[in-house]
Design a binder for this molecule. Structure first.
Ligand code: AMP
Ligand code: MN
Ligand code: MN
Ligand code: MN
Length: 280
């Protein structure tokens, strides 16, 4: 009998950012779902990793310490995943501290914008309350607007609020892609472009992004994502092969629900080098 293939999931969130399960809860759920190797990749924070590691030992899951860094490249928002990072790295934490300050300021600006442009009171306070000690994100504002009956679901709330041109949006120049890659590589990790098809870029623009990403020291991209169709994955694989990038796989799990589950991912297309093989 051949060995059962490993279930690997290298992108998910806990209450340290916009997930709804605490880090230990994420690891428990991963174990229940049969995940063998998991990276916890909270937005701009490594605060969940200690708790996650304690539960990983308990649950028999291999935890890869991770991060999802908010960056801006030529005016576009790009998410860079750092895998196998050292959370104690000083330059990394200094950089994340700057991003945390930007998130703080943005939350204030988003609250003001919702009030001024849509007459919605108390959004900043409510979003902060929902975020607790974790990063305050647009997801928390979205949850507040849904709970308050102002929008019906995530799709609608992002369409009507919180995106460019709508009340609740506040533009931020996050850090440069090259800086994020430097912090990740400097901490001994490797940099992977998150969900490359979600930026709605033309093939030309995505090629430009990937060329710059490689030049700046990035080594991988997500090829299999939680929301992908088989065609999406095949398309992503073409870009990875073209740019000689290693392939990553991540659900981008945020909360228990019917759609995205930890470890529930499509098959990796042939002819790609999986980014996790180096840690097995
Ligand atoms: P932030 O990093 O604070 O700008 O928040 C970004 C997060 O919002 C993403 O990581 C997603 O979890 C969530 N998000 C963004 N756009 C959407 C959308 N259209 N539908 C649902 N969630 C979204
Ligand atoms: Mn998120
Ligand atoms: Mn993302
Ligand atoms: Mn994510």
């Amino acid at each position: 009998m051949p060995d059962k293939p490993l279930i690997v999931d290298l992108h998910c969130h806990s209450t340290a950012s916009d997930g709804t399960l605490p880090p230990a809860g994420v690891l428990k759920r991963a174990a229940e779902q049969g995940v063998d190797v998991l990276a916890l990749t909270d937005h701009d924070s490594t605060a969940g990793l200690d708790e996650a590691q304690r539960q990983a030992v308990e649950s028999g899951v291999q935890l890869i310490p991770g991060i999802e860094i908010s960056t801006t490249w030529q005016g576009k928002l790009l998410h860079i995943i750092g895998l196998n990072i050292d959370p104690d790295s000083k330059p990394l934490q200094k950089g994340l501290g700057a991003l945390q300050d930007m998130r703080d300021q943005r939350a204030h600006d988003m609250g003001l914008s919702l009030k001024k442009k849509a007459g919605i009171e108390g959004a900043e306070e409510a979003a902060r309350e929902l975020a607790g000690t974790g990063m305050v994100t647009r997801t928390h504002f979205a949850r507040f607007l849904i709970n308050a009956g102002i929008a019906k679901d995530m799709k609608q709330v992002f369409k009507r609020y919180l995106v460019s041109g709508k009340p609740g949006y506040s533009r931020v120049d996050w850090v440069d892609v090259s800086e994020a890659i430097e912090w990740i590589n400097g901490s001994g990790g490797c940099a992977v472009l998150a969900h490359p098809l979600r930026y709605r870029l033309t093939a030309n623009w995505l090629n430009r992004v990937l060329t710059a990403f490689c030049e700046q020291g990035g080594i991988g991209m997500e090829v299999v994502c939680g929301n992908h169709t088989v065609d999406d994955t095949a398309r992503a694989a073409v870009f990875a092969r073209k740019h000689g990038l290693q392939a990553s796989v991540g659900s981008d799990f945020h909360d228990p629900g019917p759609w995205i589950e930890l470890g529930r991912l499509g098959r990796m297309p042939d002819g790609l080098q999986p980014v996790w093989q180096q840690w097995l």
